[in-house]
Design a binder for this molecule. Structure first.
Ligand SMILES: [Zn+2]
Length: 347
């Protein structure tokens, strides 16, 4: 590593760690230097996997490396595709030259076969999208040892940040604004308003590549307005929530929800042993909500957070990050803060 790079990392990592990493990076072939992973670094220098992830992230932060994502064949671990953004990893078919088979990536196997790869910046990729790499005899060894769940660990350690997990394209930004306008339009029935609100929620949460949202989940006793599954990228959960799904209750009344507004969602969560429930309403929450939600958190460990339409409209208009806002609300609930955490400089 160049001296300027090394000195920037000195405050964060031990000298031994830096020396060992430097030796390892200097020993790499040009191809291997474009396919560095936390697990390979960990194996080579004997430091922990999380520390190696943090080190590689720091190398990206100081401009020494770039970060990409490699999609691997679930069978032979050959790279089938390399993308620079998680949004480009869609459910699709890819061809694995080594297995001579078309691999169908779906919700169940997509995220598990993604590896975060780091490349030293001034070394260019010797291939376009991964397939040409197959001609090189070393490609399997290069990523064969990467554990499944690499992406999950990267998200947990914030090596992959909220900005990468949620971003607006022009198309979905326009669609969200259009749905908000529809919710605000007077409708003949509250059912029609409710349907638009549910459609908005489902669309919004589906923008995030690690969420799958549906309006169609019915239980034996309830219809859930919007049900969101956190995909297999995160077996350990998100926001400190262990269950990999959550439920959203939409309140379309034109006056602030009253009285028993939390009961239905509470009973849905309890029946599923879920930990997170979200209320999305046209109107602002009643003043009693923060106290009630905090009591429920202390008593049952369940997190209830609330979004009203004004707040969501502001979020969409300013292109703020949904995940960051959720994280902020959950931490605000847990800490019982009297002020939004963004006002305290925490977000
Ligand atoms: Zn294969």
């Amino acid at each position: 590593m160049f001296f300027s790079h090394l000195s920037k990392l000195e405050t964060q990592f031990s000298l031994t760690m830096l020396e060992k990493s430097d030796q390892y990076l200097a020993s790499l072939t040009p191809t291997a230097a474009t396919l560095i992973t936390a697990s390979k670094l960990s194996l080579a220098i004997g430091e922990s996997y999380p520390t190696c992830f943090e080190f590689l992230k720091a190398c990206v932060d100081i401009g020494f490396m770039i970060k990409n994502y490699a999609l691997l064949c679930p069978e032979c671990r050959t790279i089938t595709r390399i993308v620079s953004s998680l949004n480009d990893l869609e459910i699709d078919n890819e061809y694995c030259h080594r297995c001579d088979e078309v691999i169908c990536y779906d919700e169940t196997n997509l995220a598990d076969n993604v590896v975060v790869i780091f490349s030293i910046k001034d070394i260019t990729f010797p291939f376009v999208n991964g397939q040409q790499l197959v001609q090189m005899s070393t490609e399997v060894e290069l990523l064969a040892t990467c554990p499944r769940g690499d992406l999950s660990e990267a998200i947990r350690l914030r090596v992959v940040g909220f900005d990468e997990l949620f971003s607006y394209t022009d198309e979905n930004h326009t669609k969200l604004l259009q749905l908000i306008a529809e919710i605000k339009q007077p409708k003949n029935t509250t059912t029609a308003v409710g349907a638009t609100l549910e459609e908005f929620c489902t669309y919004l949460f589906n923008i995030c590549p690690i969420f799958r949202a549906t309006r169609k989940l019915r239980t034996k006793t309830n219809q859930i307005d919007t049900f969101v599954r956190i995909t297999s990228a995160l077996p350990d959960g998100l926001f400190g929530i262990k269950t990999n799904f959550f439920a959203i209750e939409c309140k379309n009344e034109s006056t602030p929800p009253k009285g028993e507004y939390l009961n239905k969602l509470h009973s849905i969560l309890r029946a599923m042993s879920a930990e997170l429930g979200i209320i999305v309403s046209k109107k602002a929450p009643p003043n009693t909500f923060p106290v009630l939600a905090h009591d429920m958190f202390l008593k049952d460990g369940m997190c209830f957070i609330w979004f009203d339409l004004d707040e969501l409209e502001k979020m969409v208009n300013r292109k703020h990050n949904l995940l960051s806002l959720m994280d902020q609300k959950i931490l605000g609930l847990k800490t019982n803060s009297t002020r939004p955490l963004s006002e305290l400089g925490l977000y």
